[in-house]
Design a protein around this ligand. Structure first.
Ligand code: NDP
Ligand code: MG
Length: 406
């Protein structure tokens, strides 16, 4: 094995599901990785425990009150980690010269700014936060190209596609195009979520707890609801469009695959289809991104083909899961429509988790906000996109207020 230098990593969102899996991989390879900064929002005790175990130089939280609380917890436990707070601090720990790689694992549009700043600073960006690409895909990819940042997709499907693409193409997709690389299309797999087989008339009664109980993956609450509504797959189509320079409708197809063993595929012109398979465990794509182009142990069990037994594939049901169609339409409309879709979805999911909205009203709210906001928004700059995001959130909250859940 080649000798490796210690990589310093900042984890944005270390207290979340991806953050914890990333720390698990780091703990397995203390000779390869050390932690520069950890960040969290509401889970201060968990963040303090992580600081004690991984000894980062900095911990970042949202506001001064949380910073004070965290500082007290750290002092009690004899930790030397310095506490910072606010948006500027998130960007500082993502761009510091000492940092080699940034795991972008804050949930939602809140994660976009420090992720973009890490890309602008030319870091290795381990991208879990798909909302960054949905909100500002063109701008983010421009930043990656201009700075020479290394972009490694962590979302399991995109990580699988990355692995199945020709190396020259995956490292610089904008130097050419899919067809030029001999690729017919990208096949994005979807588990179908916990309600894949539920009749349409029952969907309106599902609870947040049911929606968060994913059959194959253990994830944060927002992405779990997105998986249940298939909005997650819609966001991932937009994510794939930008990551792999796949602008045409025919470039990406969605296939429901309930076992979540095939994580996605690439179909070539000669009829070959290359797939990446594995147990549904995010430590695989995380370790792949961290060690790229090498491979390291991720603590993931071998795939037991005999207990998997069979692999099924079916077409997505766009009638029962209209969020996926809304995402296709927003991508086709372009401009700020994906940013509006994303913002409206974030408000809708929060409403559903707080029992202020029925599951089946998530797409109704999003469509209403798109109709109201898309025609007057533009995507010409980051501030225009952020304006679109804000207007969509205001419109979505107004919709919620005028439609109390029955
Ligand atoms: P979680 O909800 O488990 O974690 C989110 C993290 O972000 C937590 O550390 C949370 O802090 C922090 N956070 C929440 N709100 C803010 C905010 N406003 N500002 C700063 N930090 C904040 O989410 P996941 O780990 O499941 O997902 C993270 C991202 O990765 C999402 O974009 C998701 O789509 C993507 N992803 C996740 C996958 C998964 O398997 N979980 C798979 C593929 C992609 P705290 O907990 O302290 O409040
Ligand atoms: Mg995914």
């Amino acid at each position: 094995m080649s000798s490796v230098s210690l990589q310093k990593i900042t984890i944005l969102g270390s207290t979340g599901s991806i953050g914890v899996s990333t720390l698990d991989v780091i703990a397995r390879h203390p000779d390869r990785y050390s932690v520069f900064a950890l960040t969290g929002a509401s889970q201060l005790e968990k963040l303090a425990q992580q600081c004690v175990q991984f000894r980062p130089r900095f911990a970042v939280v949202l506001d001064g009150v949380s910073a004070q609380k965290l500082a007290v917890l750290l002092k009690e436990q004899g930790s030397n980690t310095e506490v910072l707070w606010g948006a500027a601090a998130l960007s500082d720990v993502s761009t510091a010269t000492e940092v080699d790689a940034v795991m972008a694992a804050i949930v939602g549009a809140a994660g976009m700014r420090p992720t973009l700043d890490a890309a602008r600073a030319g870091k290795r960006v381990l991208l879990a936060n798909k909302e960054t690409l949905v909100l500002a895909g063109a701008l983010f990819m421009d930043a990656v190209r201009e700075s020479g940042a290394e972009l490694l997709p962590i979302d399991s499907e995109h990580n699988a596609i990355f692995q199945a693409l020709p190396p020259l193409y995956r490292e610089n997709p904008y130097a050419g195009n899919l067809q030029g690389a001999g690729i017919k299309r990208i096949l994005l797999t979807a588990s179908g979520g916990p309600f894949r087989l539920m009749p349409h008339e029952e969907l309106q009664f599902v609870s947040p707890e049911q929606a968060c109980k994913h059959p194959n993956w253990s994830m944060g609450r927002k992405i779990s609801v997105d998986s249940a509504s298939l909005m997650n797959k819609g966001l991932e189509v937009i994510e794939a469009r930008w990551l792999f320079n796949a602008p045409k409708k025919e470039d990406i197809s969605v296939i429901v695959h309930p076992q979540s063993v095939v994580h996605s595929m690439v179909e070539y012109m000669d009829g070959s289809v290359l797939a990446q398979l594995g147990n549904p465990d995010m430590r695989t794509p995380i370790a792949y991104g961290m060690a790229y182009p090498e491979r390291v142990d991720a603590g993931v069990k071998s795939l037991d083909f005999f207990s998997v037994g069979r692999l099924d594939f079916e077409a997505p049901d766009l009638k029962r899961f209209p969020c996926l169609q809304l995402a296709f339409d927003a991508l086709a409309a372009g401009s700020a429509a994906p940013a509006i879709l994303n913002a409206a979805n974030e408000v809708a999911v929060e409403g559903f988790l707080n029992k202020a909205l029925r599951f089946t009203d998530i797409p109704v709210l999003i469509e209403s906000v798109l109709n109201q906001c898309a025609h007057r928004a533009t995507a010409e700059s980051l501030s225009a996109l952020l304006d679109a995001d804000q207007s969509a959130r205001i419109a979505a909250r107004a919709w919620l207020q005028s439609h109390p859940a029955c």
